[in-house]
Design a protein around this ligand. Structure first.
Ligand code: NAI
Length: 463
């Protein structure tokens, strides 16, 4: 097989890698991307997208189920709704297929060469790829490591059989009757909620004394309440220990041991950077704990070797990887770029959804800021009321002196879409007066942002 030489080689076609390659191609850079599975990475294939599809299906089914119990707030009644999980999974797979095919098409359009197989560094300029037709050698002036992350496995509960990661959970064609979820973080609560809505009995086991440790208690409260309404059992300060002889989950709580009977055990205790099995030992890369160390241009400690996405640190979010990928492509093209983002939005697709951009009041105070902060509840927002989505609020955090907005958070039905406005406000350096002085369309949930800014200024109109 003839060796390939190129200006840019990207290892991994997840959101970070494929965006980097597309942008590089647009800039006329001779680019090769290597991926051993389908393009799109964890996010498109077994993460963000399929989970959102399952969450949506579960929401629709839950609305129907509540209506069948006479609990529809809008007066719908129907009898015995059913869901065919095989069809749901086929629908989800179709969405994933369309998106991954779309990414392959975008790479092609940008004239990026795709090589299928597992890449391994020989040295800082050379990579070998095991393809189905033999070993392909690729030499590149610049190489981007975009290898992503993997689910963390618990040593005493290895994946296999009924112990599964989110990947297997998203492919279930038969709903287990009882599901134990280990970890009340992003994945555990997003999927645990969806499975409960589909009709499973869900128990969530969390080692800490609270759920969603990344978000402050006020933001999490409406989610906790909803978990209770959905009948999800929450075991806090509880550590999963392993399986009993009969296959029950052993959980340690305050010195005592409990057995939880479950047909499926979903382990969602975090993700770890994929730093092995691609020849890291052939390179001299400085590490930052378990992550590859990068500077503000995503350069590693080796000249011409960049790293982006989950392999480089927290937050392990697709949109951070995409922004890094786009920046690196421009740097390789000779543009002056460095990481100057004010904020990376975080969204949790629980019920209700949570959004956080920038600093929470506690974080701002801990950073030594004098702040002003207020929240506007959705109980006073007409659009939220008309969608039966009154739980939650929008909260604004600003500097006390010049009113520069430092953070915006929200919890409520569908608030993930407000993350665009929140992010824009922070990135543009908005002051409270800018948000308060912007006409927000009525009736929309976005008005709660304007009202939260007005309330922080001391003169909200609708409360
Ligand atoms: P996570 O870090 O969000 O939560 C893991 C939880 O497991 C923690 O609360 C931890 O205390 C608990 N835990 C650890 N060991 C335990 C044990 N032995 N017994 C009981 N509890 C234990 O991790 P998760 O949910 O797996 O998500 C991984 C990453 O994936 C996230 O950090 C995020 O970067 C990404 N993600 C992002 C989403 C989004 O943006 N909406 C959705 C899903 C995942």
């Amino acid at each position: 097989m003839k060796d390939i030489s190129c200006k840019l080689l990207v290892i991994g076609a997840g959101p970070g890698g494929y965006v980097c390659a597309i942008r590089a191609g647009q800039l006329g850079i001779d680019t090769v991307i290597v991926e051993e599975k389908r393009p799109g990475g964890t996010c498109l294939n077994v993460g963000c997208i399929p989970s959102k599809a399952i969450i949506h299906a579960a929401d629709e089914f839950n609305i129907a189920t509540e209506a069948s119990r006479g609990a529809s707030p809008v007066g719908i009644s129907l009898s015995s709704p059913a869901i065919d999980l095989k069809k749901t999974i086929a629908w989800k797979d179709n969405i994933v297929g369309r998106l991954t095919t779309g990414v392959a098409g975008l790479l092609k359009k940008a004239k990026v060469k795709s090589v299928e197989g597992r890449a391994r560094f020989r040295d800082g300029k050379t990579v070998e790829v095991e393809t189905s037709t033999g070993t392909q050698i690729i030499r590149a002036e610049n190489i981007v490591i975009a290898t992503g992350s993997q689910s963390v496995e618990l040593p005493n509960l290895p994946f296999g059989g009924k112990v599964m990661s989110s990947t297997e959970a998203l492919a279930l064609t038969k709903l287990p009757e009882k599901i134990a979820v280990i970890g009340a973080g992003y994945i555990g609560l997003e999927l645990g909620t969806a499975f409960a809505k589909l009709g499973a009995r869900v128990t969530v086991v969390e080692a800490l004394d609270r759920i969603l440790p990344l978000y402050d208690k006020e933001l999490v409260r409406p989610v906790e309440k909803r978990l209770g309404e959905l009948g999800i059992e929450l075991l806090l300060s509880a550590k999963a220990k392993g399986l009993s002889g009969t296959g029950a989950l052993l959980v340690e709580t305050a010195g005592a041991e409990q057995k939880i009977e479950a047909d499926a055990i979903l382990v969602t205790v975090g993700r770890k950077p994929a730093t092995e099995n691609w020849g890291r030992e052939e390179l001299v890369l400085d590490m930052d704990g378990r992550f590859v160390r990068i500077d503000d241009q995503c350069r590693t400690s080796m000249r011409g070797v960049f790293a982006i996405g989950d392999v480089t640190g927290e937050p392990m979010l697709a949109h951070r990887a995409m922004a890094q990928g786009e920046m690196v492509a421009e740097i390789v093209a000779g543009h002056k770029r460095n990481w100057d983002k004010v904020a990376i939005p975080a969204v949790c697709f629980t019920d209700p959804e949570i959004v956080s951009v920038g600093l929470s009041p506690e974080q701002a105070k801990a950073a030594g800021r004098e702040i002003r902060s207020a929240q506007f509840p959705f109980t006073a927002n007409g659009r939220a009321m008309s969608m039966a989505g009154e739980a939650g609020f929008v909260r604004v955090v600003a500097r006390a002196d010049n009113h520069l907005v430092l953070g915006i958070q929200a919890v409520g039905r569908g608030v993930s879409e407000l993350s665009a406005a929140f992010g824009l406000a922070l990135e543009m350096g908005a002051r409270l007066e800018d948000i308060a002085g912007t006409i927000h369309a009525h009736p929309t949930q976005g008005e709660a942002l304007q009202e939260a800014a007005l309330r922080t200024l001391g003169h909200a109109l609708h409360i």
